[in-house]
Design a protein around this ligand. Structure first.
Ligand SMILES: Nc1ncnc2c1ncn2[C@@H]1O[C@H](COP(=O)(O)OP(=O)(O)OP(=O)(O)O)[C@@H](O)[C@H]1O
Ligand SMILES: [Mg+2]
Length: 250
């Protein structure tokens, strides 16, 4: 029969630790500040640690953000509200769909939302940002095909996913299935998804109920639209194409 192992923290073990520290001349070191530190600049104060996490997350955000959007900050009040919700609880944020015509600032606001979350100092900050055509390119079967499953798992499990320019990819049965699996899995896991798209969510319908032009609802189909309807913040950005200089008054 074996003796019961000594519980960690028993006097005996603590005494051995003390002896080791004393032998190294470290016995009289004052313990560092704890959570009761009153100065936010001191390690131990929760605010100090929040700032450290924010620094780390923002560095991550910068590394993964394209050069053009390095200064992106969310300015739209509804985008900020969504980002605050995601900061409080990722699983409570739902999807964010940014729609609007070319150059209205959708991608800018999307990266801005991610920056907002990073600057709050989350305990974990991981995101993937990809354009829809790039994503389908990487998912597409090639050679030995475990690629799709592996990539899909990455995209369905990452805490934050930005899918830029949805609707620009060529439609096929295969893209439909990949889109369904991606969105359905994130919906099931209550993980947020940020989508930017030039398509209106729902185009006007004619007398026969047919859409006057392409829209997200037709693109994604009824089953995904129903999932999106449950937990999606849709924000339509308006205004001129920011890439074009404003016309000077004649
Ligand atoms: N709030 C903003 N403040 C400063 N610059 C902005 C802002 N919003 C967008 N921009 C700039 O305007 C340009 C167009 O913005 P962005 O690329 O986000 O548009 P978009 O709606 O995604 O366009 P597209 O539909 O073509 O993808 C970019 O150079 C971007 O940096
Ligand atoms: Mg864009």
């Amino acid at each position: 029969m074996h003796d019961d192992p000594q519980p960690i923290g028993s006097e005996n073990i603590l005494n051995r630790f003390r002896a080791i520290l004393a032998a190294r001349g470290l016995a009289d070191i004052e313990p560092g500040p704890t959570d009761s530190a009153t100065n936010p600049n001191d390690p131990g104060h929760p605010e100090y640690h929040r700032r450290q996490r924010a620094q780390f997350a923002l560095a991550r955000w910068e590394r993964a953000t394209p050069y053009r959007y390095q200064h992106a900050t969310a300015t739209h009040p509804d985008v900020i509200t969504w980002a605050r919700r995601a900061t409080a609880d990722l699983r409570d944020a739902g999807f964010l769909v940014l729609t609007g015509s070319t150059g209205t600032g959708k991608t800018h606001e999307a990266y801005g939302a991610l920056r907002h979350i990073a600057s709050s100092g989350p305990t974990r900050f991981e995101f993937i940002a990809t354009t829809a055509p790039d994503m389908y390119g990487r998912l597409r079967p090639s050679g030995s095909n475990n690629g799709m499953e592996h990539e899909l798992r990455r995209l369905t499990t990452v805490p934050l996913l930005l899918l830029d320019d949805l609707g620009t990819e060529k439609l096929s049965e295969w893209t439909e299935e990949a889109t369904y699996r991606l969105i359905n899995e994130r919906y099931n896991q209550c993980l947020p998804l940020i989508v930017t798209t030039n398509l209106p969510v729902r185009a006007q319908r004619d007398d026969r109920g047919l859409p006057a032009g392409p829209d997200l609802v037709a693109r994604l189909g009824e089953r995904l639209t129903s999932r999106l309807a449950e937990a999606t913040t849709v924000i339509t950005l308006t205004g001129p194409d920011r890439r074009r200089p404003p016309r000077s008054a004649a």
